[in-house]
Design a protein around this ligand. Structure first.
Ligand SMILES: CC(C)(COP(=O)(O)OP(=O)(O)OC[C@H]1O[C@@H](n2cnc3c(N)ncnc32)[C@H](O)[C@@H]1OP(=O)(O)O)[C@@H](O)C(=O)NCCC(=O)NCCS
Length: 135
């Protein structure tokens, strides 16, 4: 199966939400808040999408300065296309756009805690999170 990867290719909020739902990540993102989802899409610095023909099957969405740090906020592959190397390739495509000095940082969904070490990520014991006020 040929998968095509596109850099910063525009997609709609509905396509984004549908893909997250089709991957199961939608359960852990504010998909009911369209304003937030639209902002996530529009204000991202780097988005790689994976396509099977005309169908959107995967996404990696990152916030980054391209030189020092890159927060990989969302990595999602539609369930039917999982475990075919698309997630790993999406991470590789993100890395290709970054300077060699740039680290990738992420928060794993519970379902993916064994995935990230499998593709080379190291757990960081000094990571901290200041959560929003839930407004
Ligand atoms: C996690 C996710 C992005 C992985 O993408 P994917 O395309 O299915 O994974 P890949 O095919 O690139 O997998 C690469 C390797 O990791 C393994 N792997 C895949 N998912 C795994 C998991 N959940 N746990 C452990 N290993 C996993 C694959 O078997 C493969 O191993 P191999 O290289 O030894 O053959 C995808 O399964 C997904 O969208 N999951 C639901 C949403 C989610 O939890 N996203 C993470 C948010 S932080």
């Amino acid at each position: 199966m040929t998968i095509t990867y596109k850099i910063n290719h525009p997609i709609t909020t509905d396509q984004f939400i549908d893909l997250l739902n089709a991957s199961t990540l939608g359960q852990r993102r504010p998909t009911e808040n369209r304003n937030c989802m639209t902002g996530m899409l529009r204000q991202a610095d780097l988005t790689i999408t994976a396509w099977h023909e005309e169908q959107l099957v995967g996404i990696a969405r990152a916030v980054t300065d391209f030189h020092y740090c890159c927060y990989l906020s969302d990595l999602a592959v539609e369930e039917r296309h999982q475990r075919q190397g698309i997630g790993k390739q999406l991470v590789t495509e993100i890395q290709k756009q970054l300077q060699p000095t740039c680290n990738l940082i992420l928060l794993s969904a519970p379902a993916a805690v064994d995935y990230y070490p499998h593709i080379g990520f190291k757990k960081h014991p000094q990571a901290w999170l200041l959560t929003n006020k839930g407004k």
